[in-house]
Design a protein around this ligand. Structure first.
Ligand code: ADP
Ligand code: F6P
Length: 320
């Protein structure tokens, strides 16, 4: 392995920079050159490549976002787009790729591997919806943002005797909402994986009111049966004791300085990915299992759907 390429793709996640830093420095210390590709797969198609050295990744470990920038590329989903990307990889003498991104980006990595490119994927997405790793880069930082927001909302909710419907990200996966509701002390949570009706939510809010609480916090994943806005409309004509307000956390959850956990996870996964490529591994993703680094076939990652841990569903019921 003489030269590796690295890119970030899909939704950005805090900790991507610590991963890029680890990739570049681990490669250089193993006498492997590194090429950084801007804006994900689209940058690869466009030939937006630049050599990177150890100094290029100095002073970035504390920064959210990704210095390589990220993008979504419809063109790369086509055979023609992939052909252009592979041509660019070969022309620039890259003999291995590290792809840092979410579920979709790892599907792209698999497509490259199936066409003969040596690829190691790194899971990075605040959604924590990727099979084969307990945690993806960015999740911990997003959870910390969510609980900070819930704590602040509780201050104002308690002062006004209000119920807040707090919407987290998670189009298909309820991890952020479920864990956010446990560690944020919410009264109820709505997840994409479960069906609900407005009456049940109304019942929980009213019960909180009758218990004498001075607030209620309902966490809603954006992909749940009702998002926070629709839920609020459904509750509009029902008397639940509290007046309700909606707060959509949105992309605030994707930004910010990565937590200690995400900096360490990004560093560990980045180094492991390069070591994997150097030792001849391809068509795999590096991940975290039982607190240790693991190597999982990309085929498994993209074919399997990560399920919500029942342990956390049960935990919420006990502590709420
Ligand atoms: P994320 O990686 O955060 O899940 P996306 O799902 O948008 O984000 O995927 C990022 C990019 O990965 C897409 O824009 C596309 O270029 C590539 N990609 C996604 N799915 C596939 C696929 N099935 N085959 C090839 N490339 C894909
Ligand atoms: O990063 C994943 C995610 O946050 C999803 O939960 C969300 O639906 C999506 O990205 C939105 O991303 P964008 O606005 O970049 O399309």
């Amino acid at each position: 392995m003489k030269k590796i390429g690295v890119l970030t793709s899909g939704g950005d996640a805090p900790g991507m920079n610590s991963c890029i830093r680890a990739v570049v420095r681990t490669a250089i210390k193993n006498n492997v050159e590194v090429v950084g590709i801007s804006e994900g797969y689209q940058g690869l198609i466009n030939g937006d490549l630049a050599d990177m050295d150890a100094r290029d990744v100095g002073g970035i470990i504390q920064q959210g976002g990704t210095i390589l920038k990220t993008a979504r590329s419809e063109e790369f989903k086509t055979k023609k787009g992939q052909r252009e990307a592979i041509r660019e990889i070969n022309e620039s003498g890259i003999d291995g790729m590290v792809i840092i991104g979410g579920d979709g980006s790892l599907r792209g990595a698999r497509a490259l591997a199936e066409q003969g490119i040596k690829v190691v994927g790194v899971p990075a997405s605040i959604d924590n919806d990727i099979y084969g790793t307990k945690m993806s880069i960015g999740v911990d930082t997003a959870l910390n943002t969510i609980i900070r927001a819930i704590d602040q909302l509780r201050d104002t909710a308690s002062s006004h005797n209000r119920a807040f419907l707090v919407e987290t990200m998670g189009r298909n996966c309820g991890y952020l909402a479920l864990i956010g509701s446990i560690i944020g002390g919410a009264e109820y949570v709505l997840l994409p994986e479960i069906e609900y009706n407005v009456q049940d939510v109304a019942g929980v809010i009213e019960e909180s009111y009758m218990k004498g609480k001075n607030h209620a916090i309902i966490v809603v994943a954006e992909g749940a049966m009702f998002n926070a806005t629709r839920l609020s409309q459904g509750l509009k004509d029902l008397d639940v004791g509290f007046k309700t307000r909606v707060t959509i956390l949105g992309h605030v959850q994707r930004g910010g300085s990565p937590t200690a956990f995400d900096r360490l996870l990004g560093s560990r996964l980045g180094t492991k990915a390069v070591q994997g490529l150097i030792s001849g591994k391809t068509d795999v993703m590096v991940g975290l299992q039982d607190h240790k680094m693991a190597v999982v076939p990309l085929a498994e990652v993209v074919d399997q759907k990560r399920a919500l841990e029942t342990e956390y569903l049960d935990l919420f019921k006990f502590v709420s």
